[in-house]
Design a protein around this ligand. Sequence first.
Ligand code: UD1
Length: 432
Amino acid sequence: MEQYVIKGGTPLKGSVNICGAKNAALALIPAALLTEEPVVISNLPDVSDINILLDAIAAIGARVERINRHKVRIVGATVSQLSVDYGYVDKIRASYYLLGSLLGRFGEAEVAMPGGCVIGARPIDQHIKGFEALGAKVLLENGQIKTTATQGRLKGNHIYFDVVSVGATINIILAAVMAEGNTIIENPAKEPHVVDLANMLNSMGASIRGAGTDVIRIKGVDRLHKTEYTVIPDQIEAGTFMFAAAVTGGDVTVKKVIPKHLESITSKLVDIGCEVMEYDDSVRVVARGPLRATQVKTLPYPGFPTDMQPQMTAALTLAQGLSTVTESIFENRFKYTGELNRMGAKIKVEGSSTAIITGVKGLQGAHVSAPDLRAGAALVLAGLAADGYTEVDDIKYINRGYENFHGKLQGLGASIVKVESEEEIERFKKMA
Ligand code: UD1
């Protein structure tokens, strides 16, 4: 089993290039199936979630040609199957975006029902409500979601989401772009990747206005055509490296980013005492002196992202004073704090939504396990700041969303390696 081994204590210094956004790419790939013509997508991150989704669309008949590590050509003309295997949905929830795109193009789709996951129950009632409003019949049978446009083609409608959901917003956009007539989505998610999806679809001939605002208006079109599109930079990967700078007392420039997407993260870094300089497409974080405590609550965009909550908590373990972190999106996202406490942190979770953190002078290296993607990244950040060696197990979760995480950290001076055996760990400890 692959592990990361880290020798902590080195302030990170230098610059790092940020990849394309995983969560945007997960929506753009199903969107490419809305046309028979070829769609070329660049700046795809080489992470396992994306590679699994590409396998999933190939399995239903799409042609997937790798142009290079970060660029793919997708041809949807050959899609021959409208049912997506459970194996894919089990590995990545976002394969349920194929419901929206297959339903939108063919008037029919079947995808396994995604289960809950470690961070929460994650129901899909808003997706279903949206599909039904567009004139689809939705059946939940034997763990499958089967959906059919009752009149052959979906019909535009007015949809109000009861909760702000990134996934439901994306699925309904995918279904509605080729519906007959107009669709209005109220209370949609405003995340940058929702806007990215609308931009790519518009470049394919769709008519979507208002993505990124409180109301999205879609004028259904009869067909979409080919495009070449570049994925936006990954807000969460960038934020993770920004907090890596903070927690190690470093000086890091994250490059190839959109600073506007990072504003909530930047503002919290300033609160805890870091200096943050914004340039056109890069952001520099300098941490001098001890970090300061703060309060933070996760919220839908433009609020502080839930996907940055564990990394922020890791940094606050070393901030002077009492901090509180409130999780308002997922009901079970503090499990990893037990692992941080094993490294010497003082975190108390109250109920399931608030962590109270008493800053400590230092963390100590320990053997810990990544429970999920972002918590895994947070444990690596803690290891980079801790005294001694930290071993992080289950890095398959980290590989879901970070391309070459350890390589990029090494480029910033971190002492971290990916190992597969005890001998490799011993060798690293002798050399580090
Ligand atoms: C997406 C992101 C994930 C991020 C999350 C919140 C992708 C692939 N994943 O997940 O990384 O953590 O947004 O920013 O982009 N909900 C309902 N009913 C629904 C749908 C959602 O009650 O039908 C609830 C969820 O349980 C959760 C909240 O709404 O409490 C937000 O979830 P949602 O925005 O849908 O998250 P995902 O799209 O799954």
